[in-house]
Design a protein around this ligand. Structure first.
Ligand code: HEC
Length: 220
């Protein structure tokens, strides 16, 4: 009776140990297969063909001193001064006009330099609409019946009811500071969409080319 109990206990222990070993073996074989050199647990070393450390053999950059602003050919000018100079010079479509740039250089430009101010978006301030997205060639929808998309449209002026060839002169008859155009790009009209204070950002643009001193027409 006593021996029987002992037999059972030993039997159970043996079965337990055998089961444990069998389980461990199963896990091992399952993970590593039938091999004794199991590397599964180690992080594999991965050799990539791309070296991650680039040898420091890049040539040193040559530092060339930038030319001083006054030496370069480009002129920087406030947008309203550029349009103003064009208007005061007679607002020609093709003839060049002169203006003083922000650095006091005498420069020359044409209507080609002025037109982008009316047709480019994102120019007067970040995200701004082009003037022509409102003042378009289609007078039926254009506010103030003003077409700023072309030379002829600008010269024809505003309030051209029934597509009249001429409307209200927006260029002040050549007197820039008294013109409607000057008023509408230098004064804030909070009640008019497209003409709130954001437009008066003091936009400066690169335009025209600087003239060599000899070509400058002396102002009387
Ligand atoms: C969001 C639309 C919009 C944009 C963009 C816009 N305008 Fe206007 N503009 C108007 C409206 C609206 C009026 C007022 C129309 C009225 O009074 O009937 C106006 C009026 C004017 C007038 C006065 C015309 C007159 O006879 O009273 C001028 C000049 C003018 N705009 C020029 C410009 C210029 C230059 C730009 C670009 C820098 C510009 N506009 C951008 C909507 C716009």
């Amino acid at each position: 009776m006593k021996d029987d109990v002992r037999k059972y206990i030993y039997g159970a222990l043996v079965v337990f140990v055998i089961g444990l070993l069998a389980w461990a073996g199963l896990v091992y074989v399952n993970a590593c297969g039938m091999t004794l050199t199991c590397l599964r647990g180690q992080t594999p070393v991965q050799g990539t063909p791309i070296p991650t450390l680039i040898p420091a053999t890049l040539p040193a950059l040559e530092m060339e001193s930038a030319p001083a602003a006054s030496d370069s050919d480009t002129c920087r000018v406030a947008a309203q001064d550029l349009i103003g100079a064009w208007v005061e010079a007679g607002s020609s479509e093709t003839e060049a006009f002169q203006f003083q740039d922000a650095n006091g250089k005498t420069c020359e430009a044409t209507f080609e330099d002025v037109r982008p101010l009316f047709v480019n978006s994102n120019l007067w301030y970040s995200g701004s609409l082009a003037c022509t997205s409102c003042h378009s060639v289609d007078l039926a929808v254009s506010p103030a019946q003003l077409d700023l998309s072309s030379y002829d449209g600008i010269l024809a002026g505003s309030r051209r009811a029934d597509d009249a060839p001429k409307g209200t002169d927006i260029l002040g008859g050549g007197d820039w500071k008294s013109s409607l155009l000057y008023q509408f790009i230098t004064e804030s009209h909070p009640d008019i969409p497209g003409h709130d204070a954001a437009l008066l950002s003091g936009l400066t643009v690169s335009a025209g080319t600087s003239l060599p001193e000899a070509n400058v027409t002396p102002t009387p």
